[in-house]
Design a protein. Structure first.
Length: 417
């Protein structure tokens, strides 16, 4: 199917049915709430002012735009509410390439020309095919009108294309009201790994980061926020409304949430805590009471602990109901009636044994643990020495109060770099 570059369509002469020039293309529009890729209309600059030419009234695009109606029938372009304008809203703007997992700048837009039979007659259909983020689009726009058309086409043809299919592009819109009207979301971005989302977000401006987090669901936003650099974390949470921030913080691991809130001004922390559900709030408040540079300050209170008499079947049932992070499930802990830590069972040990097997018979020896007041550098040394995935944390009475994961240690070491 033939394609036309947006930069070539902009400024093109529009001819009426008699062949007379009626104006020039000033903008190309989409109505995303109806169709994310199909061109809805052209805004044409005429002697009588800007007019909207519905694309249904375009009969041909070839050396200009041929309209099937006269300019007097085109409505005045008094407003563009609900329309996405390709030059204004896309050219030279940063967008998210969800396939390449990066932020890119749009140099041009490739439009695909097709045809559709309506009432027995063929009519042209124009769709956004891809965005050009390479030198080809930049050169085409820079030299358009300066270099002869044939020379420019020859030059552009020698430049390797760098295009991103339109369905892999997430547009960033910072105005909340306009974002809703244009049906702009970040569903594609939300499907990426949280670490990739974090990398992308860190490349955006503060208001763009806020726009992205406003549209992500709370669980995805929480997972991504945990991967973001601490300074950027703080900036994002401070930019969000307390209610939205609280919804996201609730979905974070309690230790990560406590670390984040500990970096915020006290007034802001209190605003967020007040908006949180009581149970989640209590978990975070308890962790905030511990010093960050200790084991208690690094631990999460989400872990799997079973009674000392539990069986493998009990462990399987508990895992099915567990809502905490996957990394915590690598070890299941056994406690007595007072909550005292008795043993640790690696997940791998329960895979090949009968469901009736007592968990106590599968415990790993020796039992490696640490106390709440242990310094974080000693915690890191324990992980390194024993190749740990998780490390249980106990209080002065050996009661299990939390667990530190290898992810926590990695985050701690990254913060020190």
């Amino acid at each position: 199917m033939p394609t036309v570059a947006l930069s070539e369509l902009l400024g093109a002469t529009v001819y009426d049915p008699s062949g007379a020039a009626s104006g020039r293309v000033r903008e190309v529009t989409l109505a995303p709430q109806e169709d994310r890729s199909r061109i809805t209309s052209l805004i044409v600059k005429t002697k009588a002012g800007n007019r909207i030419l519905p694309f249904a009234a375009v009969s041909q695009i070839n050396g200009g735009v041929r309209a099937s109606t006269s300019a007097t029938e085109w409505g005045a372009a008094n407003g563009t509410e609900g329309l996405f304008l390709l030059e204004r809203d896309l050219l030279d703007q940063q967008v998210i390439d969800i396939n390449g997992r990066k932020v890119v700048r749009v140099n041009d837009v490739d439009l695909q020309l097709d045809s559709q039979k309506i009432a027995g007659q063929m009519h042209p259909v124009l769709r956004v095919h891809s965005v050009d983020v390479g030198a080809r689009g930049a050169v085409r726009r820079l030299l358009r009108g300066i270099a002869p058309k044939t020379a420019l086409q020859a030059l552009v043809g020698r430049i390797p294309p760098r295009n991103i299919p339109w369905n892999f592009v997430d547009v960033i819109e910072t105005d909340p009201a306009r974002r809703v009207k244009l049906n702009i979301s970040h569903d594609g971005l939300a499907k990426l790994h949280p670490a990739d989302i974090a990398d992308i977000v860190e490349d955006l401006a503060p208001d763009e980061r806020q726009a992205v987090f406003q549209t992500l669901d709370e669980e995805t936003a929480a997972e991504a926020l945990e991967e973001v650099e601490p300074k950027v974390q703080k900036s994002i949470v401070e930019s969000l409304e307390p209610g939205k921030a609280a919804d996201i913080v609730e979905e974070m691991d309690p230790d990560a949430a406590a670390d984040l809130l500990n970096e915020l001004p006290q007034e802001r922390t209190e605003e967020i805590l007040v908006q949180m559900e009581p149970e989640a709030q209590q978990e975070v408040v308890e962790l905030l009471e511990h010093k960050e540079e200790t084991a208690a300050g690094r631990m999460t209170t989400e872990f799997l602990a079973l009674p000392v008499a539990a069986t493998v079947q009990n462990a399987i049932d508990s895992m099915r109901e567990f809502e905490g992070g996957v990394e915590v499930v690598s070890t299941i802990y056994l406690v007595d009636s007072r909550g005292t830590l008795v043993g640790a069972v690696p997940l791998a040990r329960i895979v090949l044994v009968p469901p009736s097997t007592p968990m106590l018979s599968l415990t790993q020896e020796p039992l490696i643990l640490t106390h709440e007041t242990t310094r974080e550098n000693e915690v890191a040394e324990l992980f390194d020495k024993y190749n740990l995935l998780t490390l249980p944390v106990v209080d002065e009475k050996n009661k299990l109060t939390g667990v530190i994961t290898s992810d926590d240690v990695i985050s701690m070491l990254r913060a020190k770099l």
